[in-house]
Design a protein around this ligand. Structure first.
Ligand code: DAH
Length: 358
C-alpha cells in the first residue's frame, strides 16, 4: 500500500510539473496507458489473495481516478492559458497613428474648382457640364464666332477627324459652349457654372495644351450689368479671402458678350514682392460681359424678353495667384513632392460655412 501511495504522489507530481500539452499527454500515457504504471500494477492483482486483491484493486482505482481528474483539471487550465496568450498576441492598439503611406492629397486644381463651386453655389448657381469633344457649332458658331471671324485665329484649336451633327469635331477651346448647351436644354431663368477641361495647341511656361476654366451664365428678364459686377466683385473677394480687395472692370471684346469686360484685381509688386490687395498695380483674372443677343437668338431664346451675363475664369491662373505656384507646367507633372507641398488634405473640403481653407 505504501508503494501505491508513493505511485500516486509521483504521478500527481508529474501532472503538476507538465508544462505543455505534449508533456501532459506523455504523463497520461505513462500513468493510464495500456503499458502505463497503473495498468501494470493492475496486471499483478491476479497473484494476490482475494482480500488483498480487493483492497489493492480499490486503492489502484482511486489512484487512477485521482490522476485522470488531475489531468482533466490541468488540461482546462492549459486551454485557458493558451486562449489568453492568443488573444494577447492578436490585440490591436487602436491608439496607434495611421500608416504614413496612407496619406493622399487633393490636387490644387480640384481644390480650386471646389472653392469656386462653394462660393458660387452659395449664390445659387448650379453646376452644368458639357462634352470635351465638341462640335464646331457649339464651340464657335453659336457663340457668334463664325468661320471667317478673326477670333477663330486666337484659339489654337485641336481639330479632330470626325464630323458631328453640327460641323467638324474639335477639343473645346473654352467652357463657353456649355452656355449654348444649357440655353438649348433649359428654359430661362437660369444660373449655372460649368467647370471643366479645355484644350489649345499651345505650350510654354504660361500655356498648357490642356487647362481648366469655369464658365458662368445667368439669364433672366431683368438681369443687368449691376448684377454682373456685384456677383464678380463678391466672387473675387470671397475667393482671395480679402473683404476690401480692389476689383476693376475694364472694357474689352468677346464675340459672345456685348458689352464685354475684363476684370482686374488690385496687387502690389513693391520691394520685388508680389502681393494681392491694395497697391499700385492691377492683374487681369477673368473675362465677362452681357450675353450677346445673337447668342440667345442662336439658341431660340427671345432676346427682347431675356438678357443675361456670362463670365469665364482660368482655374490654373487663379490657383497660381492664390497659392503662389510659380510655374504652370508643374500642375501636370504628377510630382509627389510638389503635391505634398501644394496639395490639400482630403477632408479640407471648402465651404462658405466651414471656410474655404480651414
Ligand atoms: N471663353 C473666353 C476665353 O476662353 C472666356 C470668357 C470671356 C468667357 C467672357 C465668358 C465671357 O463667358 O463672358 O477666353
Amino acid at each position: 500500500m505504501a508503494d501505491i501511495d508513493q505511485l500516486k504522489a509521483e504521478l500527481l507530481a508529474s501532472v503538476e510539473a507538465a508544462s505543455s500539452l505534449a508533456a501532459l499527454e506523455d504523463v497520461r500515457v505513462h500513468a493510464l496507458g495500456k503499458k502505463g504504471a497503473i495498468t501494470e500494477q493492475m496486471k499483478g492483482l491476479g497473484a494476490l489473495s482475494a482480500d488483498e486483491r480487493k483492497s489493492v484493486g480499490q486503492a489502484l482505482n482511486s489512484v487512477k481516478d485521482a490522476v485522470a481528474a488531475a489531468i482533466e483539471a490541468k488540461l482546462a487550465i492549459m486551454a485557458d492559458a493558451e486562449l489568453n496568450a492568443k488573444l494577447l498576441a492578436e490585440k490591436i492598439d487602436v491608439t496607434l497613428p495611421q500608416r504614413p503611406e496612407a496619406d493622399g492629397f487633393v490636387h490644387p486644381i480640384s481644390q480650386t474648382i471646389e472653392e469656386v463651386v462653394a462660393i458660387l453655389g452659395e449664390m445659387g448657381f448650379g453646376v452644368a457640364e458639357g462634352p470635351e469633344i465638341e462640335d464646331d457649332w457649339y464651340n464657335f458658331t453659336a457663340l457668334n464666332i463664325p468661320e471667317d471671324h478673326p477670333a477663330r485665329q486666337e484659339h489654337d484649336t485641336f481639330y479632330l477627324p470626325g464630323v458631328g451633327d453640327k460641323g467638324r469635331k474639335v477639343l473645346r477651346t473654352h467652357t463657353s459652349p456649355v452656355q449654348i448647351r444649357t440655353l438649348l436644354k433649359s428654359k430661362p431663368p437660369l444660373r449655372i457654372i460649368a467647370p471643366g477641361r479645355t484644350y489649345r495647341c499651345d505650350y510654354d511656361a504660361t500655356h498648357s495644351p490642356m487647362f481648366h476654366q469655369v464658365e458662368g451664365l445667368v439669364v433672366d428678364k431683368t438681369v443687368h450689368m449691376g448684377h454682373l459686377k456685384g456677383t464678380l466683385i463678391e466672387f473675387c473677394r470671397a475667393y482671395f479671402g480679402l473683404d476690401d480687395l480692389p476689383v476693376r472692370f475694364r472694357p474689352s471684346y468677346f464675340p459672345f458678350t456685348e458689352p464685354s469686360a475684363e476684370v482686374d484685381i488690385g496687387c502690389t509688386r513693391a520691394g520685388g514682392e508680389f502681393k494681392i490687395g491694395h497697391g499700385d498695380s492691377w492683374l487681369e483674372i477673368l473675362g465677362c460681359g452681357m450675353v450677346n443677343p445673337k447668342v440667345l437668338e442662336n439658341c431660340g431664346i427671345d432676346s427682347t424678353e431675356y438678357q443675361g451675363f456670362a463670365f469665364g475664369v482660368g482655374i490654373e491662373r487663379i490657383a497660381m495667384l492664390k497659392y503662389g505656384i510659380p510655374d504652370l507646367r508643374t500642375f501636370y507633372e504628377s510630382d509627389l513632392r510638389w503635391l505634398r507641398h501644394y496639395g490639400f488634405k482630403a477632408l479640407d473640403v471648402p465651404s462658405m460655412v466651414g471656410g474655404l481653407n480651414p
